[in-house]
Ligand binder design. Structure first.
Ligand code: NIG
Ligand code: FE
Length: 408
């Protein structure tokens, strides 16, 4: 075999196995190859195995000198485009006010909407670049970014266009999602907003392929299930994928709606209870948990351990956003999922790679095997478990995307 590049000197090559993310049991099955190599051609992996078993020719070789290699991470849930800050909210919360109270009083997400509306698209792009760069350095080569701070049709489209422009300035693969975030504060205008979303915003976004998925925030202080159902059914009719932010604070039927509609993922689940686990396990919906939110808001952690034990496939995201999770590191999200949600190191790696790929419905990333994109991380150390053990320092030494070193 003749290849472009051979990576040698890998102490441990660690990857989830193929076969999809559906079953919790599969979450524990990692493959570890010692003294390994990866062969790459045209940005894709052509071979992995023990260096001793390599008998091909490589145009170039890179020796990682006894370090561990894992698949690059996938951050399946961020709100990385925003303007303004939420420092006043943070002060209010640390003085005893809750996130929901602040939102109800017109602050929180509504204040980010005001700041984002006041920013130019150029500003939105410039503000997001360093955030994406930090996520990339923390190991994420694929990053989902949601709109949702636009509110009006024009401003939501401007956010999605900003994400499109960001693609030109980062080696990370960016997937965009239209988020229908919060309703008008005047209850009488809610129905109109849903109609406009379905008749105007979604068709425009679908036609211009500005987003591949639609997400709705289902919550007492946000959208209710009947409204979310209309929006998601419309998204499906337009050929878009669907997701939900749900069970963050209250249970108002979002998880059940998500399973009924077959959403790709239900995200948050801090308020999910054991009675809901079997339903989720019977579906192909991924549970995307966001430990940064539990840490930052001081709310319960999503029941990661119970979800996995029930047979639910769990993914982990940063939920990078100014209000509920100012977490700029994909690898730290995994480290927190181990501490706060009860995942093992292996489960966290699966959650941040193959399951996160499933939560985005992308099939050719997330594992290190022939045919998939050569997206991988060279760690600082020789033992891959340092990936989720380390706190406050970056255990990722080099980030590779499609066979190129894109960060070190
Ligand atoms: O995923 N919960 C709703 N949306 C975001 C937070 C947005 C914000 O607070 O600005 C989330 O937590
Ligand atoms: Fe979110």
């Amino acid at each position: 075999m003749n290849v472009d590049l051979l990576i040698t000197g890998i102490s441990q090559l660690v990857t989830a196995r193929g076969g999809g993310a559906k079953h919790g049991a599969a979450m524990r099955e990692l493959e570890v190859i010692r003294e390994a190599s990866i062969a790459i051609t045209g940005g894709r992996i052509t071979w992995t195995g023990r260096f001793l078993d390599w008998d091909g020719q490589a145009s170039a070789t890179v020796d990682v000198e006894g370090r561990a290699v894992v698949p690059a991470l996938i951050d399946p849930h961020t709100h990385a485009v925003w303007a303004g800050d939420r420092l006043a909210d943070f002060d209010a919360r640390t003085s005893g006010k809750s996130y929901e109270e602040i939102l109800r009083a017109g602050g929180g997400i509504r204040s980010s909407i005001r700041a984002t509306a006041a920013a130019s698209q150029e500003d939105l792009v410039c503000l997001a670049v360093p955030r994406i760069n930090r996520l990339l350095h923390s190991g994420a080569t694929t990053i989902e970014i949601k709109s949702g701070y636009g509110f009006t049709t024009a401003a939501e489209i401007a956010m999605l266009e900003a994400i499109q422009r960001l693609r030109a300035v980062t080696p990370a693969r960016l997937l965009s999602t239209l988020l229908i975030h919060i309703p008008p504060s005047d209850a009488a205008e809610r129905a109109r907003y849903v109609i406009d979303t379905c008749n105007d915003l979604i068709p425009k976004v679908a036609t211009r392929k500005l987003a591949s998925a639609v997400d709705v925030f289902v919550e007492q202080e946000a959208w209710h299930t009947e409204e979310a159902a209309l929006i998601l059914e419309c998204a499906k009719r337009h050929g878009m994928k669907i997701k939900l932010h749900t069970e963050q604070f209250q249970r108002i039927g979002g998880l059940e709606l998500g399973v009924r509609l077959g959403v790709l993922s239900v995200d948050h689940l801090e308020a999910c209870v054991s009675e809901q686990l079997a339903l989720l396990a019977s579906s192909s919906t991924i549970a995307t948990i966001l430990p940064g939110v539990s840490l930052h808001l001081g709310i319960p952690a999503a029941p990661g351990r119970q979800l996995i034990d029930s047979g639910v496939a769990v993914a982990v995201g940063t939920d990078l956003n100014p209000g509920s999770s100012p977490l700029f590191s994909a690898v730290t999200a995994l480290a927190l999922a181990v501490r706060l949600n009860g995942l093992t190191a292996s489960e966290a790696l699966v959650a941040g790679t193959v399951n996160a790929a499933c939560a985005l419905d992308v099939i050719d990333i997330g594992r290190l095997e022939a045919g998939l994109h050569a997206d991988f991380l060279v760690l600082e150390g020789s033992d891959w478990r340092e990936l989720v053990y380390t706190l406050g320092a970056n255990p990722v030494r080099e980030v590779w995307a499609q066979g190129q070193r894109v960060a070190r």
